[in-house]
Design a protein around this ligand. Structure first.
Ligand code: KG4
Ligand code: ZN
Length: 347
C-alpha cells in the first residue's frame, strides 16, 4: 500500500453502520488527528441486541455534535478538510443512511469530495493506523459481529475471498452463546471475561469444519452444543462452557488462518474486526509468528471494534488517489461483496 509520504489536508471519517456513532480526522503524512465514538450499548442492552430503528434515531441525535467535538479536538476547521468519507455498507440501512446523508450534505456544503467506504475494507486497513503497518500481499482474517472471512489481500482494493461463514458470524456466535449463558449484550467481551474463570479441561466443543479441506466456517452448531451442555450440567457450569467455547473457536480460527496462509503462500497475517479484540484469539494467532515465521498484525483493541479512524484512513487513501463520488446520490448498501472493490482510483 505505497502511499506518498507528503502531508495532505485532513479527511473526516464517519462510521454509523451499526450501534456505534464514530468520527475521526486523519491526514496522510500526519496520521490520526482525533477520533471519538458514542456507543449505543446501553440503549440496546435492555432488548438483548441491536434494534435497527433505535440505532438510526440515535445516530441522528449523536452524529453532528460528535463531528463538532472531533474537529475541535483535532484543531481542524471544517473548511480545511480535503474530503469526507463515510461507511456506505455493509450494515443496517437506516443507520448507514444517517452517516451517508450527513457526509454528503457536509461535503456538498464545503465543496469537497466525498466517498462511501466498504466497512470490511475499513476493518482490514485498521492495523495500518499503527506504528508498524502491514504491507500487502497478506491474508486478512476478518472477525466481526456480521462477518467471518479469510481474504487474500493482493493489494488495497484487490480482494479475493478465500472463505467465509456459511451461517452465523463469529461475533454473532459469541453473542448468542453469551445469551444462552445468561450474559448481557454485547456478549463477546462478557463471555471472554467469564471464560477466564473456567476450567479448560472439563468440556470439549467441536472444531466445526476443520476435519475437511476448505476455508469456510460454520458457527451455528457450536452455540447449540453450548445450549445442550448447559442443559445437561446446569448454570454452575457456565464458566467452564464459556472457556470450552472460546478454546474451540480460537483453535478453529487458527487452523483456518494457517491453512489460508499456506494456500496462497503468504507470510503475513492481518487480523481485524470486533472479535480480534479477544485476548485468547490474539495470543493464539500472535503465536504463529515465532512458530511459523509469519508476521502477524492486529489493530490496537479500540480499533478492532467499529470506529471512525479506520473509515477516515480508508477514505484518505482513496481520496488521495483521486477517487470520489461523481454525483449527489446518497447511496448505501446493506449487502456489498468485498470482491467488488477496486484499487484506489481505479473505479
Ligand atoms: O466489528 P464490530 O465492532 O462490529 C461489526 O462490524 O459487527 O464487532 C462486534 C462484535 C460483537 O459480536 C462483539 O461481541 C464482538 O465483536 N467482540 C468480542 C470481543 N470484543 C468484541 N468477541 C469476543 N471477545 C471480545 N473481547
Ligand atoms: Zn465492524
Amino acid at each position: 500500500m505505497a502511499r506518498s509520504k507528503s502531508t495532505r489536508a485532513p479527511v473526516l471519517g464517519i462510521e454509523t453502520s451499526c450501534d456505534e456513532t464514530a468520527v475521526a480526522v486523519y491526514a496522510t503524512g500526519s496520521g490520526l488527528l482525533a477520533h471519538a465514538l458514542y456507543s449505543q450499548v446501553d440503549l440496546h442492552a435492555v432488548y438483548g441486541g441491536v434494534v435497527p430503528e433505535l440505532a438510526s434515531r440515535d445516530h441522528v441525535r449523536r452524529l453532528l455534535p460528535l463531528v463538532g467535538r472531533v474537529l475541535e479536538q483535532a484543531q481542524v476547521d471544517r473548511r480545511a478538510l480535503s474530503g469526507i468519507a463515510y461507511t456506505a455498507g455493509p450494515g443496517l440501512v437506516g443507520a448507514l443512511l444517517v452517516g451517508a446523508s450527513v457526509a454528503r450534505a457536509m461535503a456538498w456544503g464545503l465543496g469537497v469530495p466525498c466517498i462511501g467506504i466498504h466497512h470490511m475494507e475499513a476493518h482490514l486497513l485498521a492495523p495500518m493506523l499503527e506504528a508498524r503497518p502491514p504491507e500487502p500481499p497478506f491474508v486478512a482474517l476478518l472477525v466481526s459481529g456480521g462477518h467471518t472471512m479469510l481474504v487474500h489481500v493482493r493489494a488495497m482494493g484487490d480482494y479475493v475471498v478465500l472463505g467465509e461463514t456459511l451461517d452465523d458470524a463469529i461475533g454473532e456466535a459469541f453473542d448468542k452463546t453469551a445469551k444462552i449463558l445468561g450474559l448481557g449484550y454485547p456478549g463477546g467481551p462478557a463471555l471472554a471475561a467469564l471464560a477466564e474463570r473456567g476450567d479448560p479441561g472439563r468440556f470439549r466443543f467441536p472444531r466445526p469444519m476443520t476435519d475437511r479441506p476448505g476455508l469456510d466456517f460454520s458457527f451455528s452448531g457450536i452455540k447449540t452444543f453450548a445450549r445442550h451442555v448447559l442443559e445437561d450440567n446446569g448454570p454452575e457450569a457456565a464458566a467452564d462452557i464459556a472457556r470450552a467455547f472460546e478454546e474451540a473457536v480460537v483453535e478453529t480460527l487458527t487452523i483456518k488462518a494457517r491453512r489460508a496462509l499456506a494456500q496462497v503462500e503468504a507470510r503475513t497475517l492481518v487480523v481485524a474486526g470486533g472479535v480480534s479484540a479477544n485476548r485468547r484469539l490474539r495470543a493464539a494467532l500472535a503465536d504463529l509468528g515465532p512458530r511459523e515465521g509469519v508476521a502477524v498484525y492486529f489493530p490496537r483493541p479500540e480499533f478492532c471494534t467499529d470506529n471512525g479512524a479506520m473509515v477516515a484512513l480508508a477514505g484518505a487513501i482513496r481520496l488521495d488517489a483521486g477517487e470520489a463520488a461523481e454525483d449527489l446520490r446518497i447511496g448505501v448498501r446493506a449487502r456489498w461483496p468485498l470482491s467488488e472493490l477496486r484499487p484506489p482510483g481505479a473505479r
